[in-house]
Design a protein around this ligand. Structure first.
Ligand SMILES: CC(C)(COP(=O)(O)OP(=O)(O)OC[C@H]1O[C@@H](n2cnc3c(N)ncnc32)[C@H](O)[C@@H]1OP(=O)(O)O)[C@@H](O)C(=O)NCCC(=O)NCCS
Length: 193
């Protein structure tokens, strides 16, 4: 996932417990030794989101706009809404550890397809299994809702992320595609059923 196409060991059944309220967009989960809360974010959270984006400029540097700005955050929130997604803040305790932008179903008009528009975790929270846990919770929810595939796009110049997605069972589909923003991305699909 480019900054626009980034869209971002408790994955085993029984190791994570997620209570999800799709109507309110709220997910609350308890993992062994770790609690994660997903809260829908909007324009009123701009200062906090901007701070997170600023921490993630190593990732933004892979795309067309290396510096975080209010306009970038607002554009991501607007795009999420436009695509029928929910833009979550991922909290560990009171800390905003990352963001997740997810279209739960209806990707490209197909109710059985979900799309992960963005998963971006602040550097100090990376590499500790948070990404894997988030994905496990998302997948569990999608499966129970009967969604058949979770899809994403990853930039070709983000090999660490590509490795992450492939290790999580995502399969690259088709040829890399040049996007309007100048990035080149690979489409990824994970079958859920
Ligand atoms: C990719 C990302 C969501 C993974 O979340 P995470 O919590 O770091 O992942 P986990 O701890 O569950 O797994 C670690 C794996 O993530 C991958 N990874 C990708 N980018 C990473 C980064 N910048 N730092 C550390 N690990 C990263 C590695 O493959 C790592 O595996 P390894 O331990 O074998 O090296 C997170 O690192 C991140 O937000 N990176 C920056 C933004 C990004 O690239 N998002 C995805 C866009 S497609």
């Amino acid at each position: 996932m480019s900054p626009r196409y980034h869209s971002h060991p408790a994955g085993l059944p029984g190791r994570c417990c997620a209570i999800i309220h799709p109507w309110s967009g709220l997910i609350f989960s308890l993992l062994p030794g770790q609690s994660i809360t997903f809260l829908p974010m909007n324009e009123s959270h701009l200062p906090r989101l901007l701070q997170l984006y600023q921490q993630c400029e190593d990732f933004l540097a892979l795309g067309p706009s290396p510096h975080a700005s209010p306009e970038m955050v607002l554009a991501d929130l607007a795009l999420s809404r436009q695509h029928g997604g929910t833009f979550y803040g991922v909290f560990q305790g009171k800390n905003l550890a990352g963001v997740l932008d997810l279209v739960f179903s209806g990707f490209q008009g197909d109710a059985s397809r979900a799309y992960l528009e963005l998963l971006m975790i602040a550097p100090r929270f990376r590499g500790r299994g948070l990404g894997k846990n988030i994905l496990a919770m998302v997948e569990k929810t999608l499966r129970s809702a009967g969604v058949a595939t979770l899809e994403a796009d990853v930039q070709v110049n983000n090999p660490l992320a590509l490795r992450f997605w492939q290790r999580e069972g995502f399969l690259p589909i088709g040829q890399p595609r040049h996007q309007e923003d100048g990035t080149t991305t690979i489409h990824l699909i994970k079958p859920l059923v």
